[in-house]
Structures are given as structure tokens and as C-alpha cells.
Design a binder for this molecule. Structure first.
Ligand code: ADP
Ligand code: MG
Length: 134
């Protein structure tokens, strides 16, 4: 079983579509191992997205990610990382395939409704970032 970190981003919680996204997660056969509503500080967002710190969109992205509530989830499934990225679709909602969450609910390349880890090592790092066991 693989694990991945999913985030329902502030644009999606503001649109009141947490339920629709969680429903899709369950329909797709993922097991929700952890789930928590959170409000990220800008510093937490900066730490989470540190890999992007040299990109032009980093400041705006971190401001956006701390602008409202998010839902943090750990999803389990066979090939969870790859499968969740398929369900999300491409980063830019305009490029995402029909039927994907970002195509359905994304507003822009920044405000794209959901996050998913991109590899096994980053998934474990991201899960530990938010769900470190005491
Ligand atoms: P993904 O979330 O698909 O793995 P990235 O890791 O490349 O995409 O980027 C992380 C997040 O940064 C994206 O989900 C999106 O919110 C934001 N982002 C990526 N590229 C841009 C861009 N060109 N302009 C603004 N925001 C961006
Ligand atoms: Mg990424």
C-alpha cells in the first residue's frame, strides 16, 4: 500500500466543496487514514512549499495557502501517489482532463483546489510535516 498527502486547498473549502472532494476520494477507492481541518500560517505554507522557494509564484502561493482553512488528508491505496495525481489532473485546470478534480473545481494554475504528493519520498516528508506522531 502506498500513502500520499492530499490537501483540499483554501479556494475549495471557501466554495464549500469539501464534501464533493471527499466523496470522490472514497468513490475512487482510497482509504482515508488521516483527515484534519487546519488553518496554515504563512510560515507553515512556506515550509511546506520550500522546494518552490525560488519560483516567481512562491510568495503568492504561500499567501493563498494560508488565506483560509484547508483539509489535510493521508490517502492509502495501491499506487496512491500516481492514482491521486490522476484524479486531481494537471496543475493548470485549463490543461487538466475532463473528469479530473482540477478541471471541475480549479480556478487558476495557483488556485487549483487540491494538492497531491509527487513521489514516495516527498509523500513521506509531506505526511510527516503535518502528521508527525508525538
Ligand atoms: P502540483 O501541485 O501539480 O504538484 P507544483 O508542485 O509544480 O504543482 O506547484 C505547486 C503548486 O504551486 C500548484 O499546485 C499551484 O497551486 C502552484 N503553482 C504552480 N505553478 C504555478 C504558476 N505558474 N503560477 C502560480 N501558481 C503556481
Ligand atoms: Mg508538486
Amino acid at each position: 500500500m502506498d500513502r500520499t498527502l492530499a490537501i483540499i486547498k483554501p479556494d475549495a473549502t471557501k466554495k464549500r466543496i469539501i464534501g464533493k472532494i471527499v466523496e470522490r476520494i472514497e468513490e475512487e477507492g482510497f482509504t482515508i487514514a488521516e483527515m484534519r481541518l487546519a488553518r496554515l500560517t504563512e510560515d507553515e505554507a512556506k515550509g511546506f512549499y520550500a522546494v518552490h522557494k525560488d519560483k516567481g509564484f512562491y510568495g503568492s502561493l504561500c499567501e493563498f495557502m494560508s488565506s483560509g482553512p484547508v483539509v489535510l488528508l493521508v490517502l492509502e491505496a495501491e499506487n496512491a501517489i500516481r492514482r491521486w495525481r490522476e484524479v486531481m489532473g494537471a496543475t493548470d485546470p485549463a490543461q487538466a482532463k475532463p473528469g479530473t478534480l482540477r478541471r471541475a473545481y480549479g480556478f487558476s494554475i495557483e488556485r487549483n483546489a487540491v494538492h497531491g504528493s509527487d513521489a514516495r519520498e516527498t509523500a513521506e516528508w509531506e505526511i510527516a510535516y503535518f502528521f508527525k506522531k508525538k
